[in-house]
Design a protein around this ligand. Structure first.
Ligand code: FRU
Length: 485
């Protein structure tokens, strides 16, 4: 296989062994393992021949690659079906009848078939595949499709078990109408329309990959329903994700507010198609997103071998605020396993520039900083003589930005070089950051996960220097801790 130079393949983020991936699919926990399926091109490193790849993990970080789960297929009428995004459930009660009597671990995948002739779209409709052997082998349901509106823009079904009414609920996107449609079923085979909701928040692009889940509010017994939609970015016209908080009564979703102002999940350019695991233990809600952006996804310079990676799995919760509920995201605790402290310091004054005695491009960093008199401070990552990725905090604006304009290779696509910015108020005069770096991925969690910012970077140099600078006055590093593996 062609080896990429430099090596951009992340170490603790999921990538396919080779070829292209986009969305994570069929995230489900079953029999002690997390299953990850993913949009996959078995034949190349750009989008095409969409199928589902498969991997499993017991810790959400180390993945065991398995053989292709759902390949594209030809239909009797000469059309072809690609396997687009969707979800998977554990059919514990064998409600579908696909499994042997008494079997409690049958897996059912609910996916969109993109039916086309030579890529000319015909329909997008919803279909089933099932596996009685823990996802090793799969059968397509003979009576597919199970839900068909004869629409060209109807995709990405997320099915979950709605316990209060002992039924399956499907959230699926009518992408071109910017609406989520809700259906119910008792056997996964016949689906009844319940309601639709949408055309709120950001409607600049098609709505994709909806996910409706119930999330706990921190420090309370309360839970709220959160609808995730992949569409819209604070950087106008780029893809991204937004969320809506509200109530779900088993039939329809009612948001708490009108959402004239959208709420975004991530403020970088490279977090999309995020969905959560079904059936995760202890009612955990774990979100996994694709770290890429359709505006340049097919061009990213990861070399000939592979293209596409997923974020670190993020544990979700909500925080009550004066305005409603705010989404909190935090790397799953499993990420800490096996980490070693590479450097740490406390209560250090920074007057101009502080070179951190650490070099590397794979780390998990925590920084608590108090700007005091400083007007701007910067954390420079993946630095060499002429490259750097800069996290900048502007004290008067109370904004955090991630600047990748000098991060290395930014010329492969005119839409790539960019500075992303998000408002992050100081708390007790402090900014708390957790920064995950993994060769070509930067994920930033600000103020304990209240805001996140995810971006790809492609440094050409390997020095991996790190520094912190303060301008306009002195800042204090309350804590800096860098872990590596
Ligand atoms: C989102 C998406 C989905 C679709 C899939 C096709 O990235 O466009 O809506 O199912 O990718 O690969």
């Amino acid at each position: 296989a062609q080896k990429e130079t430099p090596d951009y393949r992340p170490q603790y983020h999921f990538t396919p062994p080779k070829n292209w991936t986009n969305d994570p699919n069929g995230l489900v926990y079953s029999d002690g393992k997390y299953h990850l399926f993913y949009q996959y091109n078995p034949f190349g490193n750009q989008w095409g021949h969409m199928s589902w790849g498969h991997a499993t993990s017991t810790d959400l970080i180390n993945w065991n690659h398995l053989s292709l789960a759902l390949p594209e297929y030809n239909n009797a009428d000469g059309s072809e079906s690609m396997i687009f995004s969707g979800s998977a459930v554990v059919d514990k009660q064998n409600s579908s009848g696909f499994f042997t009597k008494g079997q409690t671990n049958g897996l059912v995948a609910i996916y969109t078939a993109f039916v086309h002739r030579n890529l000319a779209p015909i329909y997008q409709h919803q279909n089933l595949a099932y596996s009685g052997d823990d996802g090793k082998t799969w059968q397509y349901y003979k009576q597919n499709p199970v839900l068909d509106l004869k629409s060209k823009d109807f995709r990405d079904p997320k099915v979950f078990w709605y316990a209060p009414q002992q039924k399956w609920v499907m959230t699926v996107s009518k992408a071109d109408r910017q609406q989520a449609y809700f259906y119910e079923s008792h056997d996964l085979k016949s689906w009844k329309f319940m309601s639709r909701w949408g055309r709120a928040g950001n409607t600049a692009r098609v709505w994709e990959c909806p996910d409706l889940i119930e999330v706990s509010v921190q420090g309370e017994k309360t839970k709220k329903w959160v609808l995730f939609i992949s569409s819209g970015n604070p950087q106008e016209l780029y893809p991204g994700m937004q969320y809506f908080v509200g109530e779900f009564d088993g039939k329809s979703f009612k948001p708490d507010q009108a959402y004239e102002e959208p709420e975004y999940v991530d403020f970088g350019k490279d977090f999309f198609a995020g969905v959560t695991f079904n059936n995760a233990p202890n009612d955990r809600k774990i979100l996994l997103g694709w770290v890429n952006d359709w505006e340049y996804a097919n061009d990213i310079p990861t070399g000939g071998e592979w293209r596409g990676a997923f974020s670190v799995p993020r544990e979700l919760s909500l925080k009550r605020t004066a305005k409603g509920f705010e989404l909190i995201q935090w790397p799953v605790s499993e990420l800490k396993k096996g980490q070693k402290e590479a450097f740490s310091t406390q209560n250090l004054k920074v007057t101009s520039n502080y070179e951190v005695p650490f070099r590397g491009n794979i780390f998990d960093l925590e920084l608590t900083l108090k700007p005091q008199q400083a007007k701007v401070f910067e954390l420079k990552l993946l630095q060499s003589t002429d490259e750097e990725t800069v996290l900048r905090y502007d004290v008067s604006e109370q904004t955090l930005s991630l600047d990748r304009t000098h991060s290395g290779n930014v010329s492969f696509n005119p839409k790539f070089a960019s500075v992303e910015k998000v408002r992050v108020p100081l708390k007790d005069g402090k900014l708390q950051l957790r920064v995950l770096a993994d060769k070509s991925i930067i994920e930033v969690f600000a103020q304990n996960g209240e805001k996140t910012l995810t971006d790809l970077v492609f440094p050409l140099k390997k020095e991996g220097k790190l520094s912190i600078s303060s301008s306009g006055g002195e800042s204090v590093i309350n804590l800096l801790k860098i872990n590596s593996w």
